[in-house]
Design a protein around this ligand. Structure first.
Ligand code: PLP
Length: 361
């Protein structure tokens, strides 16, 4: 006899983050985890340094300062905001709070791996729905809804494909769900999207008891190392999350740095502008090399190669040149590498290395 984990847990493949080393390269350039090319706001760094002088104290448990900074920025009710140790924690806590064994959880075929982990950890059933052109297909999602569907995860924009659903389509998805099914809109890349028909989900949360939107400080705010995210929730969902989260789940430095980052709107705008310029240039330059690159609204692009072997060859070649791009095997896209938009220097190096790789054959 020995301790046995709950059913479902040993079916989980542990999440493997983007690599940070490239063979022997001395100072590899990491373009593997959709981190910010320009880093955090200087005022976020200053707030973090200041917090270093008070590390003996517990953080304020409800993340009051951060929730109020978010509420002010977005015009929301602070009581309906819950902060997390990254939005991953909130995506996971929603599953812990709402899933019973055998419940079904819907998400698209090439979705963020955390959804599957959170589902299996609760002995619930992942239902991975086919996409159309690597974009969430609302008709297919609705066709897979059953009486057992309790939770739907929608990354909008989606990682790793870079595609997004216009607001009308998100509304149509929501309209097809039972009121006791939770729609979780993971808007980790919302700040990067400049499309008139896109909305992160605030209005849907405001008007419905079964929609939650999650956001993160890891992407445009450049604070992935600190771990801070937030959810805007119906009051009853916020209550559930507040009962099951760790009492001090967001560290004091993370709360203070994230609140400072939000206020530096000029930095956010500069990051979005840099991303827009370089994502478009990268897309065009890599397409000119004869490779398929999907349109992306995020801070990354998906590059397609002729085969899994070609993608692996490109990965090895890029690594030799000190460039780390992750393969997409775990996402069911074995022919692809995902490229995070980097600094100007990094972006130029990637295009140059890919040009050499494609010319070799
Ligand atoms: C990066 C990312 C997140 C954010 O995770 P954090 O835990 O907040 O760092 C959430 N969802 C998707 C789809 C992501 O790519």
């Amino acid at each position: 006899m020995k301790p046995a984990p709950k059913p479902g847990i040993l079916d989980i493949q542990p999440y493997v983050g983007g690599r940070s080393h490239a063979g022997g390269a001395k100072a590899p350039i990491k373009l593997s985890s959709n981190e910010s090319a320009l880093g955090p706001s200087p005022s976020a760094i200053a707030a973090y340094r200041e917090a270093a002088g008070r590390l003996e104290f517990y953080p304020e448990g409800s993340a009051h300062i951060l929730r109020h900074a978010i509420a002010e920025t977005f015009g929301l009710d602070p009581a309906r905001i819950v902060c997390g140790n990254g939005s991953d924690e909130l995506l996971t806590l929603l599953a812990h709070g709402y899933l019973r064994p055998g419940d079904e959880v819907l998400y698209n075929r090439h979705a963020f791996l955390v959804y599957r982990i959170a589902t299996l950890a609760n002995n619930a059933v992942p239902v991975e729905v086919p996409e159309k052109n690597l974009t969430v297909d609302v008709d297919a999602m609705l066709a897979h809804v059953t009486a057992k569907t309790r939770l739907v995860y929608l990354a909008n924009p989606n990682n790793p494909t870079g595609s997004y659903l216009p607001h009308d389509e998100v509304r149509r998805l929501h309209a097809g769900l039972s009121p006791d099914t939770l729609l979780v809109i993971d808007a980790a890349f919302a700040e990067y999207v400049r499309r008139n028909d896109y909305e992160a989900g605030i209005e849907l949360v405001a008007n419905n008891a079964n929609v939650v939107m999650t956001r993160t400080f890891s992407k445009v705010h450049g604070l992935a190392g600190l771990r801070a995210g937030w959810a805007y929730c119906p009051a009853q969902v916020a209550d559930v999350l507040n009962r099951i989260r760790g009492p001090f789940n967001v560290s004091a430095p993370a709360q203070l740095a994230a609140a400072a980052a939000l206020k530096d709107t000029a930095h956010v705008e500069a990051c979005v502008a840099h991303n827009e310029t370089w994502r478009n240039r990268l897309t065009q330059s890599i397409r000119k090399l004869g490779l398929r690159v999907d349109d992306s609204v995020g801070n990354f692009v998906l590059i397609h190669f002729a085969s899994k072997a070609e993608a692996a060859g490109a990965d090895a070649f890029l690594c030799e040149h000190g460039l780390i791009l992750p393969g997409m095997l775990a996402y069911g896209l074995p022919d692809c590498l995902r490229l995070t938009v980097g600094t100007e220097t990094a972006n130029r190096k990637v295009v140059e290395a890919l040009a050499q790789f494609t010319a070799r054959k």
